[in-house]
Design a protein around this ligand. Structure first.
Ligand SMILES: Nc1ncnc2c1ncn2[C@@H]1O[C@H](COP(=O)(O)OP(=O)(O)OP(=O)(O)O)[C@@H](O)[C@H]1O
Ligand SMILES: [Mg+2]
Length: 453
């Protein structure tokens, strides 16, 4: 039977926690202070600690390091009141497994306890078997336990239950869409749809109808009534990807919908009320866009009620190897191969690289390594080729046609060559090439197709 330690100075709260634990078949011992907790912890092993943040005398922040000394990886869940969330985040930095806000729904606490015990089990199995356990995502398909990512998880947990807008920023490939999906999945809307719309992928004149819908005959080509994404996402979540690319006139319309909660289809003046939670993302700097008058400030504040920033991978290098292992595991399984292990040397090389294409680039690299792997070991040579050590991969562009003054072909020629150079510099990684070119991946795709590249 598993055993938990409950620390709270309030008798009633201790009782509630003990009842919840009992329901999960977990034996528990209660302590009314940090000192009592340490005393109990010294006497017998525990699989889990539930502690209130505020305690008389030593608080949870003081208690945490002391517990860690006694047991390096017992999961510790901190209970906190609304005003003390920042301190709870500090507790997570000290190694708490998670925190939960009081008052809490019993199901949420139960879920957290189960997750904590799962983690504990994986740790123990690891120790006992001395084996590389399958890499499990740290949080809702998101891998990485760097301080930065743990803060991201904490924010996701905090914003998910609300219906507030969240703006997710970060370089290309940092996981913005994954975060949006996690927010939806942890929200009360999880049973409804998650609709994603990439604002950069659709020409401006079609985007309006894509967002708000149209009626038959509203414009040439509108052959039937059509619902927009807002209507489709009713009850659920709408994820507006690359919001920075939204044309200025559409920004005003979007703002109206967000403010009033009603959409009007093009060609109709019957407003339709919708209940949609809007998440958006961008990899461009909206601050600059606002200063330059390309993005409306009022819309920005509407979208940015909460902000989650995903730091580039090079700023959280401690996640690189975890991510690499996770992807290798996954691709090996998909390919029906046995487990693949990274050599220490390979880990060092990966951790040192700058990852301009971030997690997506790492994922592509691991896919390639998994396909090519022979035997169970993946060494640095598996991806030496893909690490852009020089620009030797630059593709030669065809010669310029210089016997004409026509502007368009000349511009296209320069465009094509620049794309080829970017692809060369990015070792064919499209995400990275798009970033170098300063265009969205969709735009790049479109251009590649157009130039037959
Ligand atoms: N923390 C993570 N754990 C696991 N997989 C991740 C993580 N971050 C990103 N990925 C994976 O990397 C890829 C890129 O992530 P995602 O599409 O969410 O990035 P993005 O920030 O939206 O990029 P872009 O700006 O180019 O659209 C996806 O396949 C995603 O599953
Ligand atoms: Mg994206």
């Amino acid at each position: 039977m598993r055993r938990a330690l409950v620390v709270d100075d309030e008798r009633k709260m201790r009782r509630i926690l003990q009842i919840v634990l009992e329901g999960l078949d977990i034996e528990s011992v209660a302590a009314a202070s940090a000192e009592e907790a340490l005393d109990a912890f010294g006497k017998q092993p525990f699989d889990l600690v539930l502690t209130d943040l505020k305690l008389p005398g030593m608080d949870a922040l003081g208690l945490l390091p002391k517990l860690r000394e006694l047991d390096a990886d017992v999961p510790i869940i901190v209970l906190t009141a609304y005003g003390t969330v920042q301190t709870a985040v500090d507790a997570m930095k000290l190694g708490a497994f998670d925190f939960i806000l009081k008052p809490f729904a019993v199901e949420n606490l139960e879920l957290l306890i189960r997750r904590a015990l799962d983690l504990r089990r994986v740790h123990t199995e690891n120790l006992v078997l001395r084996e590389q356990a399958a890499q499990v995502p740290a949080f809702e398909n998101l891998v990485g336990s760097s301080t930065a990512m743990r803060e991201v998880y904490a924010t996701i947990r905090q914003v998910a239950p609300t219906r507030s807008s969240v703006l997710i920023t970060g370089e290309t490939g940092t996981g913005k869409e994954l975060v949006a999906r996690a927010i939806h999945k942890l929200s009360p809307r999880a049973d409804h749809v998650f609709v994603a719309l990439n604002c950069a992928a659709i020409p401006a004149d079609l985007l309006e109808s894509e967002l708000f819908g149209h009626t038959r005959g509203a414009f040439t080509g509108a052959q039937a009534d059509r619902l927009g994404k807002f209507a489709l996402a009713n009850g659920g979540t709408l994820f507006l990807d690359e919001i920075g690319d939204l044309a200025y006139p559409l920004q005003a319309k979007l703002l109206r919908v967000l403010q009033e909660g009603v959409v009007e289809r093009i060609g109709s003046n019957k407003p339709m009320s919708v209940d949609v939670r809007v998440l958006s993302s961008t990899n461009c700097d909206l601050g600059t866009a606002m200063r330059e008058g390309r993005f409306r400030e009022d819309l920005y504040y509407r979208l940015n009620v909460f902000h989650i920033h995903l730091p580039p991978l090079r700023e959280r290098r401690e996640d690189v190897v975890d991510l690499a292992r996770f992807f290798l595991d996954r691709f090996a399984r998909e390919l029906g191969k046995g487990p693949l292990e990274l050599t220490e040397d390979a880990c060092r090389v990966l951790a040192a690289y700058d990852w301009p294409g971030n997690v997506r680039e790492l994922q592509n690299l691991m896919e390639r390594a998994a396909v090519l792997a022979k035997g169970g070991q993946v060494g640095r040579e598996a991806f030496a080729l893909a690490l852009p050590s020089s620009t030797s991969g630059v593709v030669q562009a065809p010669p310029v046609q210089s016997d004409s003054f026509a502007l368009e072909p000349a511009v296209e020629d320069v465009e094509r060559k620049t794309i080829l150079r970017a692809l060369g510099a990015a070792s064919d990684n499209k995400a990275q090439a798009a970033r170098l070119l300063g265009v969205s991946e969709r735009t790049l795709w479109y251009k590649l197709k157009r130039y037959g590249l």
